[in-house]
Design a protein around this ligand. Structure first.
Ligand SMILES: Cc1cc2nc3c(=O)[nH]c(=O)nc-3n(C[C@H](O)[C@H](O)[C@H](O)COP(=O)(O)OP(=O)(O)OC[C@H]3O[C@@H](n4cnc5c(N)ncnc54)[C@H](O)[C@@H]3O)c2cc1C
Length: 160
């Protein structure tokens, strides 16, 4: 039996009485086809990301429509403007506060265990993001309006 793990050029399944006997495989450019006798086959049906709803959102997609995250967002040493000057986190997209994990993510392993692990890790990143947003909002709420004169003789220390 041919043990080649993946055949991308299969043309037809052949057999008798609902039993697979062989696969007709393209032999090469213009070289016709040949029969490969096999007792069974797994069909890889492909994978198309359902990411069209992100059009116009600013979330960067790769050429196949998968969501780009983390280090994949850094091009020629440049980070996405909305995230600079810091590096994006591993599940972070080009839009702050939007995270992507699992099969939809560009470069993911397309395995269920990784999808679940990335999801758990992203939940922690989201918690950090929300805590950070809350800290920033608190700082803004106690900062004097631009140009206002304060009566403090020295800068006020703020613990964050
Ligand atoms: C036939 C098959 C066999 C597989 N076998 C294995 C295996 O043996 N081992 C393995 O590790 N992995 C296997 N996988 C891969 C595994 O299933 C995936 O890696 C995993 O399910 C990815 O999880 P996910 O949460 O990222 O995506 P999904 O499980 O695809 O979940 C995405 C969910 O989002 C929903 N959704 C999509 N678009 C929207 C939208 N616009 N709004 C709201 N909801 C939306 C979908 O309906 C779906 O419920 C297999 C996959 C297939 C198809």
């Amino acid at each position: 039996m041919d043990r080649s793990p993946v055949r991308r050029a299969s043309e037809a399944f052949e057999g008798e009485r609902s039993t697979l006997g062989a696969i007709r495989v393209r032999s090469g450019r213009g070289a016709g086809s040949h029969l490969l006798e096999v007792p069974g086959a797994f069909v890889f049906i492909g994978l198309d990301p359902n990411s069209s709803f992100l059009a116009g959102s600013g979330v960067r997609l790769d050429e196949r429509g998968f969501v780009v995250t983390g280090g994949g967002l850094i091009r020629d040493g440049r980070r996405p403007a909305a995230l600079a000057p810091r590096d994006p986190g591993p599940w972070e997209t080009s839009v702050p506060g939007v995270f992507a994990v699992g099969d939809l993510r560009s470069g993911s392993t397309k395995q269920v265990a990784s999808a679940a692990g990335e999801g758990a890790s992203a939940a922690l990143s989201i918690r950090e993001h929300l805590a950070d947003a809350e800290r920033r909002a608190q700082i803004r709420s106690i900062a004097p309006p631009a140009g206002a004169r304060t009566r403090a003789a020295r800068p006020i220390d703020v613990a964050v």
